[in-house]
Design a protein around this ligand. Structure first.
Ligand code: ATP
Length: 205
């Protein structure tokens, strides 16, 4: 049987408990052999400057823990220019033919999918799996709805990276929102401290 591989992309700035829960739920619900975590290089849709990639990558590695079916994919970090999912998926198809690729996205991304570059070409190459996300009521476009896809059952976790950055900036607790190793990393590298969104983040480690 073809190996089924989940692709889970994001800015992961920072990675949080809902990301981890979603990746585990996708492994189970979709009977995936692997989930590839794909931190974005240059998110063309986010209007704030992301934290340097080395920090976001390090936090994703910590959050992946010891799960052997979680794999980090660095391709978007290595590719110059904006991170388009279609480019990533095309490269994976070429490098690893014969696999089934399952694109895992939250409902907010689903609602905006019709704005992604060449989205029909992308959906022709992947099976789409959508996770419910609290607070997101926006509906996907009718054209996107016409494509076959699955909704991944996921306990609704009302967590966002935006909220976590804001909490750290005002000195509030985030220990219930991110894995403990990620909380320690944020603390020791002084990420998100007192910096308003859009301002540059500390460089290097
Ligand atoms: P930000 O608040 O900075 O926009 P985020 O919390 O949405 O960040 P991303 O790294 O942009 O995190 O998300 C990566 C993927 O995980 C996206 O497909 C997003 O929809 C999904 N996702 C993030 N948080 C949740 C959540 N609480 N429930 C379901 N899906 C989520």
């Amino acid at each position: 049987m073809a190996k089924r591989v989940g692709l889970f992309g994001g800015t992961f700035d920072p990675v949080h408990n809902a990301h981890v829960a979603l990746a585990h739920a996708a492994l189970q619900a979709l009977a995936l052999d692997e989930v590839r975590w794909v931190p974005s290089g240059h998110s063309w849709q986010k209007d704030r400057a992301a934290t340097p990639a080395e920090h976001r990558e390090a936090m994703v590695r910590l959050a992946m823990g010891g799960e052997p079916r979680f794999v980090l994919d660095r391709s978007e970090l290595e590719r110059p220019g904006p991170s388009y999912t279609l480019d990533t998926v095309r490269a994976l198809h070429a490098a690893e033919p014969g696999r089934e690729w399952v694109l895992i996205i939250g409902q907010d991304q689903y609602a905006g999918l019709h704005t992604w570059r060449d989205w029909p070409k992308l959906l022709a190459l992947v099976t789409l799996a959508v996770a419910n996300r609290p607070g997101t009521r926006a509906a996907p476009s009718a054209e996107v709805l016409a494509w076959p896809h699955r909704v991944v059952p996921l306990p609704m976790l009302d967590i966002s990276a935006t909220d976590i950055r804001e909490r750290v900036a005002r000195g509030a607790d985030i220990s219930h929102l991110v894995p403990p190793q990620v909380a320690r990393y944020i603390e020791s590298h002084r990420l998100y401290r007192g910096l308003a969104d859009g301002e540059p983040q500390p460089q290097g480690s």
